[in-house]
Design a protein around this ligand. Sequence first.
Ligand code: SF4
Length: 378
Amino acid sequence: MVTVTVEAILDRALEGHELSWEDGVVLLKARSSKAIDHIRRTADALRQQQSGDVVTYVINRNINFTNICEQHCSFCAFRRDEGDEGAYWLDMGQMLEKATDAVQRGATELCMQGGLNPKATLNGSSLSYYVRIVKTLKDTFSQLHLHAFSPQEVQFIAREDGLSYADVIATLRDAGVDSLPGTAAEVLDDEVRRVLCPEKIDTATWLDIVSIAHQQGLHTTSTMLSGHIETPEQQMRHLDLLRSLQRSSLEKGYPGITEFILLPFVGQEAPKPLRRRVGRDQPVLVDALKLMAVARIFLGRWIPNHQPSWVKLGLAGATEALTWGCNDLGGTLMEEHITTMAGAQGGTCMEVETLMDAIASVDRPYRQRDTLYGVVGG
Ligand code: SF4
């Protein structure tokens, strides 16, 4: 009976109908290997229709400029208080050094995010500090796409300086920010957020800031932190909110969400209460793959690019996801702290050749892309 329902839903998806979030819940709750394989094949067929066979990757570098953070998210092994062992705050010279290295290694993008450090100010203004980072990097490396500052960081700056979100985003954009990471989304459900990240912005604020970024002419990405305490219903409502936001932005002619990235929870070094509650340290691969497939089926007409996280799943798991609806293998990163400090085993840096070999191993062609999925190097 359940299999029949799954089949009917998948047939409708292949005919081009939009699924409801309740349909998605049925797919996520399917347990038989036959049903799960059908979901995988449907996601793969829709990936082929919506994004083609080419698998893309980006040469980028992460710069997590500080891990000093005023918040205490229950999954976070990255944050430190000032003065703690391992606390750091990069100065401008160190950031420029990392950017220089990125350029020498062929990067087209710098991805910049950091902890929420109330002391990170310039002349008493948080925004001035962030603008100085952006301008210094952009003045030196105008060719680099600056993919920087999560909706949570935008809210932090706005709160510190008493500004509107629109003013913060417009100022960062004018200084040189090219797009915003759609991180800090975790699960867009306030019940989950109260446990996971009680001090973070709520669901409505995340959606508001991403929508304002689109209005201000900036693309964003989108993410979900999966595989902890959330239910299939909450996962689907998250995807439904992303789909509605994307529809609204695109219908108004704004830039929208370029990609969906699934970030399965890694808890090895996470604070104990959440770790105990989840009961395991590494993601369950089959759950992550099924969720990626359902995300493709549910979102693909609106958000055509889907990326697994090799940091979270390992390269083998991320490569496997290319046959579950994904069409992008993400970036080289060059250094990754946030998930690695949580105990992820995927590594912190990926060579381009390694990404190419992984893509070739599933018989798909590859292509380097820029942050907005444009072609690099003709
Ligand atoms: S996830 Fe981000 S906001 Fe939350 S504690 Fe860690 S660094 Fe701070």
